[in-house]
Structures are given as C-alpha cells and as structure tokens.
Design a protein around this ligand. Structure first.
Ligand SMILES: O=C[C@H](O)COP(=O)(O)O
Length: 249
C-alpha cells in the first residue's frame, strides 16, 4: 500500500470551474488560463472574480496560481493583486537556457513579486518534462535550484500541450529519483503533463504528493474547454484505486 494519500490538483480559470472542480472532489485548486500556455496567468478581471468567490465561500482547499513564464517578467511592468488566499505561486522556466544566470533572474523576479504584494508565498519550482524543446533547465537542475532556494515544492509538467505527455517524456526511474530526492529535502512533488486516467496505473509505483490535471478534467480531454465535475470525480476515484491499492514494497 502507498502510505501517502495522493492529492488531486485541478487547474481552473473562472468561478464556474472552481465549483465544478470542488464538486468533483479536488484537493487543491490551481488558477491558470490554459489559452495562455502551460502556466498561463488568468487575466485581472477573472482574478478579481476569483478573489470575491474564494472570500465568499471560504474555500478550505489550498490555492495555487500560475504566473506565466519567468522570461515574460522582464517586460512586465505591472501585475494584478494576488488574492490573499493564494498560498502557492509558480513561474515557468522555458527559454531560460538563453539567460546567462537563470537562477539569479528567478530569485530577482520572485523577490520583486513578494515586495509588490507585500507578503511571502510558498514557491513551487516548475520542471518541464520536455525541457529540451522548451529550452529550459533539466528537471534535475531545477530540483537542485529549488532545494537551494528553499522552494516548497517541485511541479513536473509539460510545456507543450499537444502530443507527448509526462509518461512519454520521462522514465519512471528518473521520476522516482526526482521524487525521492525532493522528499529528502522536504519538498512536495506534483506530477502533471497531459496525465490521463490510463496513465495512473503506470505512475502508481511512484510516491508523488500530488497529481495535477487540466485536460483530463475537461470536456473531451481538451484543456481549453470547460471543467466537468464528473471527469474530476472519475479521476479522483481512479487515483484512489491505483495509488492506495498498490502493494508498495
Ligand atoms: O498543473 C497542472 C496542469 O494544469 C496540467 O494540465 P494538463 O493536464 O492539461 O497537462
């Protein structure tokens, strides 16, 4: 038996989707605009509506938010106020291989965001499984940087959302190494990247803390369509079945 309960994160983009994801039984809500890329940030108007909704409903699930790609922050002059209920923040690291020192740049941007928002956040480092095509640092490099900079967790996701998913891109051996190493340093690990119901059996020997989905929670598995509570519920049930019945040993 896997001793951990693997939690289900669902990426949503508006209030209707929050309700559907919660009705389906998600454990964590992640705010993201799928039309804006793998880690697309929701627009200010949606963020405002989300803030009001979360305050009104006192949602107990932890909240996370995608802030786009680090390289986009060179040109960004302003940013919306991040809802006070938001606990975790994430920045994508695509195109950072072109930068002379992406780790310093990452630190500068995270510090700038915390200064502007006048509070601290729990940062989640993002490793792209398709890191070479994304021109990003490798998952092992990102994990080392995450440990050095005291991130709260590591998300392993895909940058490109057409075609290959997590299980096509990284071996179970490498995923296991990343998870074990992250855990030794106190970081949580979330696995994502076009994960479908049929991938859960293959992933079940691993011990991630979280499995994150958008596409599998949407109508027709299309991540740009809407979240369906029944799809979230099916995924939640399959997650329980695969990760809790595995004879871990
Ligand atoms: O953080 C989770 C991502 O939103 C996963 O999205 P995806 O399942 O469409 O790859």
């Amino acid at each position: 038996m896997n001793p951990r309960r693997v939690e289900l994160l669902v990426s949503v983009r508006n209030c209707e989707e929050i309700a559907a994801a919660l009705a389906g039984g998600c454990d964590l809500l992640d705010f993201k605009e799928p039309e804006n890329g793998a880690l697309g940030m929701v627009d200010s108007e949606s963020l405002q509506a989300i803030t009001v909704y979360c305050e009104r409903h006192s949602i107990p699930q932890p909240l996370s938010m995608a802030l786009g790609e680090l390289v986009e922050w060179h040109e960004r002059c302003t940013m919306p106020r991040i809802p006070s209920a938001m606990k975790y923040l994430k920045l994508g690291l695509s195109e950072t291989r072109e930068l002379p020192d992406w780790k310093s740049c990452w630190q500068v941007v995270t510090e700038r965001i915390e200064m502007e928002q006048q509070r601290q956040f729990d940062w989640i480092a993002v490793a792209y499984a398709d890191w070479e095509q994304a021109s990003a640092a490798s998952p092992l490099e990102v994990l080392s940087a995450a440990i050095e900079s005291r991130c709260a967790g590591l998300l392993i996701d895909t940058f490109h959302k057409q075609g290959s998913g997590l299980t096509d891109l990284l071996s179970l051996e490498l995923l296991d190494e990343l998870i074990q190493r992250a855990h030794r340093h106190g970081l949580k690990v979330a696995l994502a990247g076009s994960i479908r119901l049929g991938d859960l059996e293959a992933l079940s020997p691993l011990q991630p803390d979280i499995v994150g989905i958008r596409g599998a929670a949407c109508t027709g598995n299309r991540r740009t369509s809407s979240i369906e509570s029944s799809a979230v519920r099916d995924f939640r049930m399959q997650l329980e079945e695969q990760f809790h019945c595995h004879p871990w040993g």
